[in-house]
Structure formats: structure tokens, C-alpha cells
Design a protein around this ligand. Sequence first.
Ligand code: FE2
Ligand code: FE2
Length: 356
Amino acid sequence: MYGNDFSGPEEAPGGGLLGEVEAAETALREAAARQRSSPAAEPGVDLAAYFTDVIAADQKIEPRDWMPEAYRRTLIRQIAQHAHSEIIGMQPEGNWISRAPSLKRKAILLAKVQDEAGHGLYLYAAAETLGISRDELVELLLAGRQKYSSIFNYPTLTWADVGAIGWLVDGAAIVNQVPLCRCSYGPYARAMIRVCKEESFHQRQGYEILHTLSHGTEAQRAMAQDAIDRWWYPSLAMFGPPDGDSTHSEQSMAWKIKRFSNDELRQRFVDMCVQQAEILGVRIPDPDLRWNDERQAYDFTQPDYDELLRVIKGNGPCNRERIAHRRRAHADGAWVRDAATAYAAKRADQKEKVAA
Ligand SMILES: [Fe+2]
Ligand SMILES: [Fe+2]
């Protein structure tokens, strides 16, 4: 699929996610150009009132600004979890790079997995502006003290899983992340704009893999359907527990870190997928999925939240394998970090000598 030979996810009715990213980017630039709603923090200024004003005026909190400790901690937790998800998320797909069915597929998948490493980097950098180091964050991940998205604890059994991950997992990620382009914390919002643009490529590549398979042989069609059957409910669970059980939501909404509830985003994702599944010619594995005229949305079966809890607690199909792999990779990379540190020290030394 090069060019617009068939309608892809972003052209699908109700899609338009890239348009929203563009609008968020414009809003971000406008907010930066606008005068602050109250004078910048000076001695005697009520810092808490200033913070509230900035949020109310839809402007951005920047690293130099005062912020409540709980806001800082919430952002560190959320951005770190997001960064870890990007890095751990490289594993299930990286697993298929050597087995991709053609050179073209291999090159595309390689680019996608590299993008995820880049997303991790932007996000660790955004978290660092909140006063925590990347080393500390990596330690917390390896020690199991910070989480990553439960979705990456499921195995990729066939090539079609790479398609299903792109379409459904990256698709759910975009639906979750587009509103974050308007998050009240500047560095996070800016990182999300770039991430979302790249995620849209990821979703499209997955969609295109499934489109090829679902228009191929009987065996290819069955493989595509099987992957969708396995990834559908875990993808729905990516939006988190239902609103009633979601612990952090209300405060995050008030701080404009979060703009929509878990259930609102999940609904939006389902509505988007139904139309895309029709174009793909695949079945969404939910016998109770049907249009509700009154709600102007699809009714659907909720994912198994007990399963989600089990996976979050470390008992999904691949939790141990993922963390063990990351620990090994981190240990294997120690010499690279040591060499880079030694090189940086040598350069600094040389500069000092030249300056002296
Ligand atoms: Fe990503
Ligand atoms: Fe992605």
C-alpha cells in the first residue's frame, strides 16, 4: 500500500486522529505565544494560585514553574510507565524482525521497532525535566517497582500478530495519546505530538499487513482472524479499569493531564475499529457488538478486568520473560555506557586543556 490505493485507518470516518494532533500542535504554539494569565512567579506571588491559573487558561506548566508535589509525582509515574512501555514493547515485535516474510516487511518492521526506542528516549527525557534521572527510572523498571503496559506481556505467535499489534495495539495507543498532546505539562505534550505522528505510521503498517493477509489465501485469512481474536480484548484492556474503579483519574482530569475517562476512550476505540474491520474484511470477536442508536455508539463486551489485574500484578503469559530479557539487555549494554562515559570525560578534559 503505497499512496492511497485503499482507505487506511486515518481516512476512516470518525478517524481523523492525525488532524487532532495537528490541531493540538497549533494550540501548543498559540499557548506559547500568548501572555501568561498572571505574572510569572516572583517573590510574593501565590505559587499555588499561579499554577491553578495556568491550568485554567489552558497554558502549559514548564519545568521552571512551581508545581504541587503530587502533580510532579503523578507525571513522573505516568511518563515513566509510558517510557517503559515503549522499550518493553520492542520485544514482542523485535521477535519477528528476523522472520518477517520479505525484505520490505523486515525494513518496515525494523523502522517501527526503532521508532519505539525513540519514543522511549523522548519520554525518559520528558520525565527527567521533573527531577528524576533516566538511570533511576531504568532501575525502577528492572526492580519491578514501576509498571509498563500490560499488553506487552502477551506473546506474538504468528506473523499476523505483528499486523494485529500495529492495527489494534498502536491504534489503542494513539486513541489514548492524542488527548495527551494537550496535556498541561509542556514537555510531555510536545513529546506526544511527535510520538502520535509516528504511531499513526505504525497503525497503518499493521493495518496494511492485515489487509494483505485478509485478501490472501484461506490460510492467510485464518491467520489474520486468529491474531485479531487473540489481541482484541487485551487491546480493549489497554484503556485501564472501568471508570468506577480507576484510582488516579479524577485528579488527573482536574490537572488536565488526562482529558477523557478510560471508558470514553475505550468507546472511541471500539467505534473506530468497527468501521476499519469492515474495510479489512475481518470479524471482531464479540457476538454482542452492535450499533446503539440511542447512544450513537457501539455496544460491546467489556474485556476481562480480572485478567488485566492478574497481568498487571506480574502473572501474564510473558511478564517474567520480558523483564528477564530487559535485565539481560541492560547488563549486556554496560560496556557501551561505560565507553560513552569515558569518551565524554575525555572530551571534557580536552576542552578544559584547550581553554586553559
Ligand atoms: Fe510508540
Ligand atoms: Fe508504536
